[in-house]
Design a protein around this ligand. Structure first.
Ligand SMILES: [Zn+2]
Length: 720
């Protein structure tokens, strides 16, 4: 980006983040999910890290969120309420450790606890009696919500003895997930806006002038810190953060049950992983784990930088939505000849995988979202649904975005494209609905209270999501326009051709069902598209009990290098079988020479007659075919030529196990070596094939474990 563009982008991001922040904290009505908000903040943070000249201490990102509402009495916090720095990966946790280790040269431990999805509050107790409670506000000044906090049963009004003379407790006001569901049902019935998540519902319920509302809403309180503690004006020293939790429990507070004192990062990471597993089943929303240096003495040494303490980070679980920039829209052709637009964007991490493209399904979808090249888009990848563009952040446009137009000719065969109406496919409908309904409640499972399926159907989507979802539903049913390639023989339509291609490239992990699926999703027009597939593109396959996405992708990547004869064979040239492909490869030695050969030269090759020569010649004169070959090379396919045609097992390593019936083990070995292969005594990741005869031994299991191809005796005999 150019300097002026960076400046512009930073300004746009600040404006949009402020707007969202205002909606979020002041109106308790977020327009986007937290993930999207976080994603924009992350982009801004990275931009500022690279361009520190634009850092502005008065900019909105340097303020702790939450302007106090005028209707509440303001309360000055005696000790500032800080916010936390978020980290999104174990690597970032380790970076944090590196930074703090430079400042503290002392052995220390860590304390891990849940990051509850609620609203922070500060509670003051004098002589064991709850006297004042306030929200965080901007960190310095909050709102007095004492009366509302008194309505929460888990806020002790009187502490258990022995209690200190003065105590300031910090904790989280949360709303149980099941309460949110019934509350949202009620909100809708009364024509009010449903809450997007438990955090907003908790905030919206606590910040009400009528304390009865807080009571009705069944809020809950979890204490997580002691900010001040005095026994007759003397400050009591507590050594560790973990001790504070125990103290709080002793005084009658509810403290989240999951916590861990860790002596190493392995322990920290295993806690984070454990919580990730049980998180969906917890009755409260949690979006991460807070990791702090446990020793208070060292916390003081590390201190506070800006608005966040240096001794603490919040590890946030992976987002299912993220923002990125749409770079381009390409077009794939499906089995029926239908054209599917595919969005390409800057690679972005969503729900654990890097995503750089997503299907846009059809022109209707593009129009509905008003999606343009250059736009900042929200992408979503939930569970085993393939990634999708669900929203465009129109406020971030800079005027240079370009509208997309379907091409007039087929990108594969160049034939005319025709617009037809009629029911197309339902994929967009299904996945849009699924994504939007699940997203605000992501990862939450109500199994504690009843069957998930029943309750999940009652989940109310975001207001934005609701509009879009119902829009998708009605529009997809009433009208759907699709664009088709008019060429009945368009190579993209040929199922057999593509399967042949995959087989010859030895990508055995991809069977016909997976290929159909990839075509239907608009991810693949031709064989060349396979080489740019990403793990995320295959996400949906796993629920079909197919081979894992990892296996498929690694198989594709490991077969990018292909011998010349196989390459020619894979193209599916009419009359060119395996032997002819080998003959062509051996005679010409390179693809370029074959491509530029005239008919006479081809015809001179023994075993190749005039019909075949003509077919080969014609194939390489066809623009579509040349385009396809070019695309293969561009997508990373590389061709090598192995000289002697007899060595068809060259480079292959075999392991034999069990008894073969047609030939002895020694004969099998000889045969393999004759054909250029080699035989090893044990299975390793380098093994090409394990040949399993009758009663195979442990090598068979080893092969399965390592995902090595196992051949039956018959398959082996065919190979030699
Ligand atoms: Zn076509």
């Amino acid at each position: 980006m150019k300097d002026s563009q960076i400046k512009n982008r930073i300004q746009k991001l600040r404006e949009e983040i402020s707007r969202l922040r205002f909606l979020y904290h002041v109106e308790d009505a977020p327009w986007v999910t937290d993930d999207v908000y976080d994603s924009l903040n992350k982009e801004l943070r990275l931009l500022l890290e690279k361009n520190p000249e634009y850092i502005d201490l008065n900019a909105p990102e340097n303020r702790v969120g939450g302007k106090p509402l005028d209707k509440f009495v303001k309360v000055k916090h005696e000790i500032r309420m800080l916010s936390m720095n978020d980290v999104f990966s174990f690597g970032e946790v380790l970076d944090w450790e590196t930074r703090i280790s430079k400042l503290i040269n002392k052995k220390h431990s860590y304390f891990c606890e849940l990051k509850l999805d609620g609203l922070s509050a500060s509670l003051i107790y004098k002589d064991g009696v709850f006297v004042e409670g306030s929200t965080r506000g901007d960190g310095f000044i909050g709102e007095d919500v004492t009366e509302n906090l008194k309505m929460i049963v888990t806020v002790p009004l009187k502490l258990k003895a022995p209690y200190p003379s003065y105590l300031e407790v910090r904790g989280e006001v949360v709303m149980p997930k099941r309460i949110l569901i019934s509350l949202n049902k009620k909100q809708i019935k009364e024509g009010k806006q449903p809450f997007a998540n438990t955090r907003n519902a908790a905030a919206g319920s606590l910040r009400q002038l009528d304390p009865n509302i807080a009571k009705e809403r069944n809020l809950d309180f979890f204490a997580w810190d002691v900010a001040q503690l005095r026994i007759t004006n003397e400050e009591l020293k507590i050594k560790n953060h973990s001790e504070k939790h125990n103290l709080l429990r002793g005084l009658g507070f509810q403290v989240a049950p999951y916590e861990k004192k860790a002596n190493s990062f392995e322990e920290v990471f295993s806690f984070i992983e454990e919580i990730e597993k049980i998180r969906p089943n917890l009755p409260y929303g949690t979006d991460g784990v807070v990791v702090s240096v446990d020793e208070i003495e060292l916390q003081d040494v590390l201190g506070v930088v800006g608005k966040a303490p240096r001794y603490m980070v919040a590890y946030k679980y992976q987002a299912e939505r993220a923002t990125t920039t749409l770079k381009d829209i390409s077009v794939n052709v499906g089995r029926t000849g239908v054209l599917t637009p595919v969005a390409h964007f800057n690679p972005t991490l969503v729900a654990g995988s890097t995503v750089s493209k997503a299907t846009l399904h059809n022109m209707d979808q593009i129009n509905r979202l008003d999606i343009r090249t250059g736009d900042t888009v929200v992408i979503q990848k939930a569970g085993d649904v393939i990634p999708e563009v669900v929203e465009v952040l129109i406020n971030l446009r800079n005027g240079k975005e370009k509208k997309f137009k379907m091409p007039d000719t087929c990108p594969v065969c160049d034939f005319k494209v025709e617009k037809r109406s009629g029911p197309e496919k339902n994929i967009n409908l299904k996945s849009n609905l699924a994504g939007l309904e699940e997203s605000p409640m992501r990862g939450e499972d109500y199994s504690l209270r009843g069957p998930t399926s029943k309750l999940a159907s009652e989940v109310v989507p975001l207001k934005r999501g609701m509009n879009l979802a119902s829009k998708v539903l009605t529009e997809s049913v009433s009208k759907s326009v699709a664009f088709y390639c008019t060429n009945k023989n368009c190579p993209a339509r040929s199922r057999r051709g593509l399967q042949h291609f995959v087989n010859i490239f030895e990508i055995y992990e991809i069977g016909p069902r997976i290929l159909d699926r990839l075509k239907d999703e608009g991810l693949v027009s031709d064989g060349a598209d396979l080489f740019v597939l990403e793990k995320a593109d295959l996400a949906g396959l796993e629920r079909f009990g197919e081979k894992s996405a990892d296996n498929i992708i690694s198989s594709i990547q490991s077969h990018k290098k292909i011998s010349l004869w196989r390459f020619i064979y894979s193209l599916g040239i009419i009359h060119v079988g395996e032997q002819t492909a080998r003959d062509l490869a051996d005679n010409f030695g390179s693809l370029n020479k074959i491509m530029s050969a005239d008919i006479e030269t081809i015809n001179k090759i023994a075993n190749i007659g005039p019909v075949v020569s003509q077919s080969v010649f014609n194939y390489f004169k066809d623009k579509t075919n040349l385009h396809f070959i070019e695309k293969l090379i561009k997508n990373g396919v590389s061709i090598y030529h192995e000289k002697a045609k007899s060595l068809k097992l060259s480079g292959k390593i075999f392991v034999l196990t069990g008894t073969l019936s047609a030939l002895s083990r020694n004969d099998a070995k000889k045969k393999i070596i004759e054909l250029g292969g080699s035989v090893a005594s044990s299975v390793s990741s380098n093994t090409s094939y394990v040949v399993a005869g009758d009663k195979p031994g442990s090598k068979y299991n080893d092969a399965k474990k390592l995902g090595i191809k196992v051949l039956t005796e018959n398959e082996f005999l065919k190979l030699i």
